[in-house]
Design a protein around this ligand. Structure first.
Ligand code: AR6
Length: 203
């Protein structure tokens, strides 16, 4: 699934070996894009779950993560007492091939005028912060809020990319954020946002 490989300049190297849209920002900040099932991502130290405030499971990526992790995850989540929208909590990964799962709750899209971008931004920042606090250098995110919660992916992608880029600068022990997109349109929206972010990053 090589789409392109992008570095700090406008260079495009389509010979990238394994997957991905890619952007290296220098200072150890790297954002990569992948198409596929996040529960299969064994390259990350932590994966992020798009949960709801109960943290007791649901559909979409949340359901897939709980199924793949096994019942021990639900047991651990029960003890967390839920999670506010825009916040994040961390658990073990149980049967998943990573070290940790970070559960975050994205906003439900209500037209965009109800604080949705700020809450989505916060989900990403808090997740990167938790990863740093728990020694996870590589973190894989799904496209939070863009499924059941209805956030248009074209609007979510630039918020997500900017938030993780800034959070990685703040937490330099996190060296890679991977976006693991399940569907081609989401992948394309994130690839477009990554290109746009090139322009906004320079003073
Ligand atoms: N790997 C990667 N991405 C996935 C996977 C997967 N296995 N499965 C789905 N996606 P959603 P939300 C994509 O609905 O919008 C749950 O019921 C999906 O295509 O999972 O934040 C929770 O319990 C979409 O692009 O999360 C909450 O109640 C993206 O993941 C609610 O849904 C997010 O879609 C959260 O809704």
């Amino acid at each position: 699934m090589v789409v392109y490989r992008r570095t700090g300049s406008d260079e495009i190297d389509s010979s990238a070996p394994t997957s991905t849209g890619h952007r290296g920002y220098g200072l150890g900040v790297e954002i990569t894009l992948h198409l596929g099932d996040i529960t299969q991502d064994a390259q990350a130290d932590a994966i992020v779950n798009a949960a709801n405030e109960s943290l007791l499971g649901g559909g979409g990526v949340d359901g897939a993560i709980h199924r793949a992790a096994g019942p021990g995850l639900l047991e651990e989540c029960r003890a967390l007492g839920g999670c506010l929208t825009g916040e994040a909590k961390i658990t073990g990964a149980h049967r998943l091939p990573v070290a940790r799962i970070i559960h975050t709750v994205g906003p439900i899209w209500r037209g965009g005028g109800h604080g949705e971008p700020g809450l989505l931004d916060s989900c990403h920042r808090r997740s990167v912060q938790l990863a740093a606090e728990h020694g996870c250098a590589r973190v894989s995110f799904p496209a939070i809020s863009t499924g059941v919660f209805g956030y248009p992916v074209e609007l979510a992608a630039p918020v997500a990319i900017r938030a993780v880029r800034e959070a990685m600068v703040e937490h330099p022990s996190v060296v890679e954020v991977r976006f693991c997109l399940f569907e081609q349109p989401a992948y394309e929206a994130f690839a477009a946002a990554l290109r746009t972010d090139t322009a906004t990053e320079r003073p």
